[in-house]
Design a protein around this ligand. Structure first.
Ligand code: UDP
Length: 363
C-alpha cells in the first residue's frame, strides 16, 4: 500500500516523526509499504520547521507545497490547490493527517474529494470553542475522516456520539508522547548566557500564541504583569511565537527576570520544561508533555480539547483573566500541585500501533 503523510506546522512535526520511523522499521523488516512525506509549507521559518526535522530525524519531505502566509482562507486554498495536484501526480491509498492545523483541514478535504481515504491522527478531540480556528479544523476533518486514531477515551466517546462506527475508531494513544519518550535522553540545555543561571526548580517557562491572549496588547501586558507578580522574582523563560512577537515588542516590557527568546528547538524547550518549577501556556501539546513529565502546568484558556490532562495530568484550566492567576501560582510555589496519574496508551508505542493497523487494513 501507498500512504501520504502530511505535516505543515510546528505541532505536527513531533506527531509525524514516530509514524515515519515506524514505517521505516516496517520497510527494513521487508514489508512492502510506500510512503511520501508532504510538507505543506504552512510554517516555513527554520525555528518553526527546519530545526524539528533535524532534531527529530525526520527525512527531507518528498514535496513542499509552499503554502505559508496569508489569511486563513488564502492559506487553506493555497494548500488545497497544491495538495490536489500532488495527489493527482502521486495517488496513495490513504492520506494521513495529524492534529488540528490549517494543513490538516485543507489536505483532508482535497484527499476526500479525490475519493482517497483519510486517517486522522488525534481525531475526535473537541474543545467546543468555535472561536478557535483549531476547533473548526477538527470538526471539518473528522466529518470526512475514514480512520480515527485517538489519544483518549474522551475522544472515543465524542466520536461515538457523532455516530462514527466502532470499527473506524482506533484507540492507540499519543504520538506526541512517543516523540517525548524517545527524545528524553537527548534533551539539552539551550546555549546562551541568559540560560546559565537556570537550575532545576528555580525558574518557570511560558508560551503564548492564541489570538485571544496575544492579539490585544493591553490584555497581553496585564497577563505578563500578573505572571511576573506571582512568581516571586524567579526567572521565567518565554520563547516567543512569531504570532506574539510584534505585540510583545510594542509593549516594551522590561523585567530582568523575564527571559525572552526566539522559539526554541524541541530538545532545548523540553529540557527547560522538564526542569521547570512550573509552566504557563495556552498551547495544547505543551499540556500533554508537562503532564507526562509531571511538571505543574497552568493553561491560560477557558476550555481544553485535552481534558485528560486536567483529569489525570498536571494541567489546570485557569482562564484568561489575569486576576485568577495568583492562587494557582502560589500553589506551585508551595509545591502543592497534583501529580501525573498516567494516561492509557501514552506509552511511547502509539506509532507502531497506527502503522500496524494501516498496513493490515490496506494490504
Ligand atoms: N515547542 C518547541 N519550542 C518552543 C515552544 C514549543 O519545541 O519554543 C514544542 C512543544 O514542546 C510542543 C509543540 O512545540 O511539542 C507545541 O506546539 P504549539 O504550542 O505551537 O502548538 P499547539 O500544541 O498549541 O497546537
Amino acid at each position: 500500500p501507498k500512504f501520504t503523510i502530511v505535516a505543515g506546522a510546528r505541532p505536527n512535526f513531533m506527531k509525524i516523526a514516530p509514524i515515519i520511523h515506524a514505517f521505516q522499521r516496517q520497510k527494513k523488516a521487508g514489508i512492502e509499504v510506500g510512503y511520501r512525506l508532504v510538507h505543506t509549507g504552512q510554517h516555513y521559518d527554520k525555528k518553526m520547521s527546519g530545526d524539528f526535522f533535524e532534531q527529530l530525524s525526520i527525512p527531507e519531505p518528498d514535496a513542499n507545497l509552499g503554502g505559508g502566509g496569508g489569511t486563513q482562507a488564502e492559506q487553506t486554498a493555497a494548500i488545497m490547490v497544491a495538495f490536489e495536484k500532488e495527489l493527482m501526480e502521486n495517488r496513495p491509498n490513504l492520506v494521513i493527517v495529524v492534529g488540528d492545523v490549517t494543513s490538516t483541514l485543507a489536505c483532508s478535504i482535497a484527499a476526500k474529494k479525490l475519493q482517497i481515504d483519510v486517517a486522522h491522527v488525534e481525531g475526535g478531540i473537541r474543545s467546543g470553542d468555535l472561536s478557535m480556528p483549531e476547533e473548526i479544523n477538527r470538526m471539518v476533518t473528522d466529518s470526512i475522516t475514514d480512520h480515527f486514531f485517538t489519544t483518549s477515551e474522551i475522544a472515543n466517546v465524542n466520536l461515538r456520539k457523532a455516530g462514527v462506527p466502532e470499527e473506524r475508531i482506533h484507540f492507540v494513544g499519543n504520538t506526541m508522547i512517543d516523540t517525548l519518550m524517545a527524545q528524553l535522553p537527548n534533551f539539552r540545555k539551550p546555549q546562551g548566557e541568559m540560560f546559565n543561571h537556570l537550575r532545576p526548580g528555580n525558574y518557570f517557562v511560558m508560551t503564548m500564541h492564541r489570538p485571544a491572549n496575544v492579539d490585544q496588547e493591553h490584555s497581553l501586558k496585564a497577563m505578563i504583569d500578573a505572571i511576573l507578580e506571582g512568581i516571586g522574582g524567579l526567572s521565567i523563560v518565554f520563547p516567543v511565537h512569531p504570532r506574539t512577537a510584534k505585540n510583545l515588542q510594542n509593549l516594551g516590557i522590561n523585567a530582568a527576570n523575564l527571559l525572552l527568546c526566539e522559539p526554541l528547538g524541541y530538545l532545548e524547550f523540553n529540557y527547560l520544561v522538564k526542569n521547570a518549577k512550573g509552566v504557563i501556556t495556552d498551547s495544547g501539546g505543551v499540556t500533554e508533555e508537562t503532564s507526562v513529565m509531571d511538571v505543574p502546568c497552568i493553561t491560560l484558556r477557558d476550555n481544553t480539547e485535552r481534558p485528560e490532562t486536567t483529569l489525570l495530568g498536571t494541567n489546570e484550566l485557569v482562564g484568561t483573566d489575569p486576576k485568577k492567576l495568583k492562587p494557582y501560582l502560589d500553589k506551585i510555589m508551595k509545591g502543592e500541585w497534583k501529580h501525573y496519574q498516567g494516561i492509557p496508551f501514552w506509552d511511547g508505542k502509539t506509532a507502531d500501533r497506527i502503522v500496524d493497523t494501516l498496513i493490515k487494513t490496506y494490504s
